[in-house]
Ligand binder design. Structure first.
Ligand SMILES: C[S@@+](CC[C@H](N)C(=O)[O-])C[C@H]1O[C@@H](n2cnc3c(N)ncnc32)[C@H](O)[C@@H]1O
Length: 213
């Protein structure tokens, strides 16, 4: 797979690791039915760099849960771009969680990335940051993940162009939970497509991020 021109800037000395992840995704990931065959040709922009756009947001050393990780998105690119983070990849389906466990081991990430075969709402733990991409509408996602980000953490929901509409639809859930939501436009590097992330926090919670957003 040809390396994207922005990759070195985004992944620095982890370029080899992200390239190995792409090899796993576009071979075993397709064979196991976790990724459509047509995704291979657009893997960098649509999946890897799209997910790496989150990398400026978690604070240094944050403990992250990636809910509904699937084949590891956004959790694995985020963990590779940010070697200071520890990440739990949460995925209830057996085949997907097996894929994740193998990938984590093969990429040598096992000291700070783990896999939990579980639904988000069944996990009792708390995290600084909960991430999710393409898992559920915002209101439902908040219901599942609220206990995971506790009183001082945050949910970062990757939502693309539906972000503002989903915040409006989740107004009641946000109000009832004393939560605030803001839509952030983020990109992995200058010149790349932006993506929209909904950041949900308890009202009054504010924290420094890694990249000054
Ligand atoms: C459409 S896939 C998205 C996978 C990945 N996040 C991505 O962007 O490619 C949604 C994933 O969410 C998982 N999922 C569904 N309900 C869940 C729940 N309650 N808790 C955790 N994961 C869940 C599914 O098993 C599936 O792997």
């Amino acid at each position: 797979m040809k390396v994207h021109p922005a990759a070195a800037l985004v992944f620095g000395d982890q370029l080899e690791t992200i390239s190995r992840y792409i090899d796993i995704l576009t071979s075993r990931g397709i064979d196991w039915g976790l990724l459509g065959p047509r995704e291979a040709e657009r893997i960098w922009e649509r999946h890897i760099l799209n997910c790496a756009a989150l990398a400026s947001l978690p604070m240094i050393g944050a403990r992250v849960a990636d809910v509904g990780s699937g084949a590891g998105l956004p959790g694995i690119p985020l963990a590779i771009a940010r070697p200071d983070l520890s990440v739990v990849l949460m995925e209830p389906l057996l085949r997907r969680s097996s894929f994740l466990s193998e990938a984590v081991e093969e990429l040598g990430l096992g000291d700070r990335v783990s896999v939990a075969r579980a639904r988000a709402e069944d996990v009792e733990d708390d995290f600084d940051v909960v991430t999710a991409r393409a898992v559920a509408p915002l209101g439902k996602l908040i219901g599942w993940t609220r206990p995971l980000f506790g009183s001082s953490g945050e949910l970062l929901a990757m939502k693309g162009s539906s972000a503002h509409a989903e915040v409006a639809d989740a107004a009641k859930v946000l109000r009832k939970g004393s939560l605030s939501a803001e839509v952030l436009e983020v990109r992995a590097a200058t010149g790349l497509d932006a993506t929209f992330v909904v950041r949900v926090r308890g009202v009054g919670v504010s924290r420094e991020t890694h990249g000054g957003h």
